[in-house]
Design a protein around this ligand. Structure first.
Ligand code: GTP
Ligand code: MG
Length: 201
């Protein structure tokens, strides 16, 4: 089965875990620092700039925004970590909402952990990855903003990432650009295929 990504639609906004939608469909989660490109990735997957709100100001997404993917899965765009002062006191830098989300949500099928390819991972990125490793949740590592570097620099940064991040040997790693005008160079088609394959294997 393959998801028709042209059919991604806004579903609902959740300010509390009490608002979370039913766990009937497989669930994909976008996690990562504020400003890394989570909301932009929703738009890149859907091939539309209008699905999710993107901003120059970190901390744009403060609630969990859900999207329906072709009535086959749902996609949760989480608030970014490592932005508000309050969130820094939490172990993995989560906002309280993210913290509660991972506590109560049992049916998570895939987490996409987004990390900016240009910078060394933050303590929050490392904390999030360690958290994922400890839960056993399936995840892909998705390095964003690759259009800002040459292909050679991207390869170098990926090597650096694999030295400082503790991800499984067989973890799926994607280098993407949400802004790339040439879709073949953006990594998005591969990521789309891999999400479908993971959910419906
Ligand atoms: N060059 C480039 N810019 C990107 C890419 N992805 C996102 N951006 C830019 O990065 C900024 C933040 O993007 P968002 O998608 O709003 O980031 P976010 O992770 O949703 O941020 P929060 O909602 O604050 O957690 C925007 O200015 C985007 O245009 C990318 O792949 N390449
Ligand atoms: Mg956002």
């Amino acid at each position: 089965m393959a998801i028709n990504y042209g059919k991604i639609r806004y579903l609902k906004t959740c300010a509390s875990v009490r608002d979370l939608p039913d766990e009937k469909l497989p669930e994909v989660v976008l996690a990562g620092r504020s400003n890394v490109g989570k909301s932009s990735l929703v738009n890149a997957l859907g091939g539309s700039k209008k699905l999710a709100r993107v901003s120059q100001t970190p901390g744009k997404t403060q609630q969990i925004i859900y999207f329906d993917m072709d009535s086959q899965a749902i996609l949760a765009d989480l608030p970014g970590y490592g932005f508000s002062k309050a969130s820094k006191q939490k172990s993995a830098g989560f906002s309280e909402l993210c913290d509660n989300y991972f506590k109560v949500r049992k049916g998570i099928d895939l987490v996409l952990l987004l990390i900016d390819i240009r910078h060394e991972p933050s303590n929050d990125d490392i904390g999030m990855l360690n958290f994922l490793n400890s839960t056993g949740l399936p995840y892909f590592l998705v390095f964003t903003k690759c259009d800002k570097m040459s292909a050679q620099q991207v390869r170098k940064q990926l090597q650096m990432m694999s030295n400082c991040l503790d991800f499984a040997e067989d973890a799926r790693v994607f280098a993407i650009s949400n802004n790339e005008t040439n879709p073949q160079k953006s990594g998005i088609p591969d990521l789309k295929q891999a999400i479908s394959d993971e959910l419906f294997k």
